[in-house]
Write a protein that binds this ligand. Structure first.
Ligand SMILES: [Zn+2]
Ligand SMILES: [Zn+2]
Length: 144
């Protein structure tokens, strides 16, 4: 019986730790205000003195994605996923290829186009991805 109790306690403890990690990770992503890699999340947590491993960050991110709290918006050149709070709001991003700054653009220019395509092709469109990249305000001047 004692063994069972110990096991339950362990589970409870583990759950608590998971919840704590979940909240810390959500906080980091939220404060960042732009899509962020798991590596950056990990580094920021370390800065805050949270003891967590990179693999736990990935695991918790997967859980958060599964719960619909976080979305993986895109992938960097180094093939790293960028994570963002799932705002349920349809958004597009502008990525600076030089400094990797990412801007979110409100609104979507494709809604009318989608409707047009649906009518023309009899297709029921459920979504789309659109990413724009180039040089930001600061990088564009320094480039020449
Ligand atoms: Zn830039
Ligand atoms: Zn759109």
């Amino acid at each position: 019986m004692l063994e069972v109790k110990g096991y339950k306690d362990l589970l409870k403890k583990e759950n608590l730790r998971n919840t704590k990690h979940r909240n810390s990770i959500l906080e980091v992503i939220e404060q960042c205000g732009q899509p962020i890699t798991a590596d950056s999340i990990y580094l920021k947590l370390k800065e805050q003195g949270v003891s967590i491993s990179l693999s736990t960050v990935y695991r918790v991110l997967d859980t958060l994605i599964g719960k619909g709290l976080v979305v993986k918006t895109s992938v960097t050149d180094e093939n790293k996923g960028l994570y963002e709070i799932n705002s349920m709001e349809h958004k597009h991003h502008l990525l600076c290829v030089k400094c990797r700054k990412m801007l979110s653009v409100d609104g979507c220019p494709l809604e009318d186009y989608e409707r047009e395509l649906e009518q023309k092709l009899g297709f029921s469109i459920k979504g789309h991805r659109l990413e724009m990249f180039g040089l930001c305000d600061k990088c564009k001047d320094g480039d020449t």
